[in-house]
Design a protein around this ligand. Structure first.
Ligand code: ADP
Ligand code: MG
Length: 362
C-alpha cells in the first residue's frame, strides 16, 4: 500500500496571537506518513506556533490542519494521537521512569499487562531497559531526554512532535542523541515533526526540511537540495557557509547571466531569481565550489590575495580578498596539499557559473 503523502496537511494556515500581526503566514505544508520533517529557522520565525497548532494547544486564525484526511480543529489535544517531546517538557519528577511511561497509557485506559509490555519496548528502544524504578532526578540530562522520547512513543502515536528536544544537552551528547532519534525513527517509521534552530541538526536527521523565516516557509526540500540549491538569499545564508557578491545583471540569458560587481568586474552566474538586465542580485557560491590554482577548465577565473589560512584537520580554510570581497572563504582538502597556500600570496580562484547562484538581493 502506498503511503499517504498528505498524512499531516497544513492548508492555508495563518496564526495571529494579537489579532494584528501574523506570526504564521499562509502555511501550506504536506507531510508524508512516516516522514521525518524538520521545521528549521531562527528564533521567533513561527516554528513552535506551528507545532502547538498541530498538537492542539493553539488554534489557527485562518485555514485548517488535517491529520490522515480529517480536519482536526475541533479535536482536543489528547484525542489527536500525537506524542510530544519538548526541551523543557520535564518528566513528572515524583514518578519513577516506569510511572512516567505508564502515564499516557493509563490515560488511554490500557490494561496493566499491555502497559508493562509497551513500557518495556519503549525503554529498550532508547537503551534504558532496567531503569524502570529510577526517579528522574537520578538520571543524567541525556537519560531524562531519552525517557521523554520513550514517553512520547510509548502509546504508538500517529505523529511525534519534538520541539528543540536536545537544546539543553552539551554538544557531544546532542550529536549522539541526533543519531539515536534518527535510528529510532528509521526502525519504527513513525511520522516525526521536529523543530530546531540548529541547521546541522536538521541536515543530519531529516528527510525534508522546511526553512522558516518571519512566519513563512522559505524553502521545503531534502537536506542536500537545501544546501546545493538554495532558492533565495535567506536560505543560502542560513544553511551552511556562503560567499556572496552583490551586483547587477548585465547580460541575461535563460541559463546564464553576467553580473557586474561594484568594483567593475563581471562574473558569470546561474540566474535563479533574476529575470532581466538591470536586476539587482546577490550571487551565492558555496566555499567548496571554488578551486585554487586549478587546471580544470572553469568559466570564472580571477586573481585574489590570501588574507588568512586556518588549518582544520581534514581541510584548510582560506580567506581571500577577491573581487572586492575580503571575506571570500574557500576550503581546500588537506590531502591535496597546495604549496601556494600562504598568507599574502596571489592565487587564481575559479568556479563554474552553474554553482554561482544569482539570487534576490540581500
Ligand atoms: P519559534 O519557535 O520559531 O522561535 P514562535 O512560534 O515561538 O517562534 O514565535 C513566533 C512569534 O509569535 C514570535 O514573535 C513570538 O514572540 C510570538 N508568540 C509566540 N507565542 C506567543 C504567545 N503565546 N502569545 C503571543 N505571542 C506569541
Ligand atoms: Mg520555538
Amino acid at each position: 500500500m502506498s503511503k499517504n503523502q498528505e498524512f499531516v496537511k497544513f492548508d492555508k494556515v495563518d496564526k495571529s496571537y494579537d489579532g494584528k500581526v501574523l506570526v504564521v503566514k499562509d502555511l501550506n505544508l504536506d507531510i508524508a506518513e512516516g516522514e521525518f520533517i524538520t521545521m528549521l529557522g531562527p528564533s521567533g520565525s513561527g516554528k513552535t506556533t506551528c507545532l502547538m497548532m498541530l498538537a492542539g494547544f493553539e488554534t489557527p486564525t485562518n485555514g485548517e490542519i488535517f491529520l490522515d484526511k480529517n480536519p482536526i480543529s475541533n479535536i482536543p489535544p489528547h484525542k489527536r494521537g500525537i506524542g510530544m517531546v519538548f526541551q523543557n517538557y520535564a518528566l513528572f519528577p515524583h514518578m519513577t521512569v516506569y510511572e512516567n511511561l505508564a502515564f499516557p497509557l493509563k490515560v488511554r485506559k490500557i490494561n496493566k499487562d499491555d502497559i508493562d509490555k509497551k513500557v518495556d519496548k519503549a525503554l529498550s528502544m532508547v537503551s534504558l531497559s532496567g531503569f524502570e524504578n529510577r526517579m528522574p532526578g537520578q538520571l543524567s540530562g541525556g537519560q531524562q531526554q531519552r525517557v521523554a522520547v520513550a514517553r512520547a512513543l510509548v502509546f504508538d502515536p500517529q505523529v511525534v512532535l519534538m520541539d528543540e528536544p536536545l537544546g539543553a544537552l552539551d554538544k557531544n551528547l546532542r550529536e549522539s542523541m541526533q543519531y539515536e532519534i534518527k535510528h529510532i525513527h528509521e526502525s519504527i517509521g513513525v511520522t516525526v515533526v521536529y523543530v530546531t534552530h540548529d541547521q546541522s541538526e536538521a541536515l543530519t536527521m531529516s528527510n525534508r526540511i522546511a526553512v522558516f523565516n518571519d512566519g513563512k516557509v522559505q524553502q521545503l526540500s531534502s537536506p542536500d537540495k537545501l544546501y546545493e540549491e538554495p532558492v533565495n538569499s535567506f536560505v543560502a545564508e542560513f544553511i551552511g557557509e556562503n560567499n556572496t557578491f552583490a551586483g547587477e545583471v548585465t547580460n541575461f540569458q535563460k541559463d546564464q547571466c553576467k553580473v557586474k560587481l561594484s568594483n567593475g568586474s563581471e562574473i558569470i552566474a546561474n540566474p535563479i531569481s533574476v529575470s532581466s538586465n538591470g536586476d539587482k542580485t546577490t550571487v551565492s557560491l558555496r566555499p567548496e565550489r571554488a578551486l585554487i590554482n586549478t587546471k580544470n577548465k572553469m568559466d570564472n577565473n580571477f586573481k585574489g590575495k590570501i588574507e588568512e589560512v586556518i588549518y582544520h584537520g581534514d581541510h584548510t580554510r582560506v580567506r581571500i580578498d577577491l573581487l572586492g570581497n575580503k571575506e571570500f572563504i574557500l576550503k581546500v582538502p588537506n590531502s591535496s596539499a597546495n604549496m601556494d597556500i600562504k598568507m599574502g600570496n596571489e592565487i587564481n580562484v575559479s568556479w563554474n557559473s552553474h554553482d554561482a547562484r544569482a539570487l534576490d538581493p540581500k
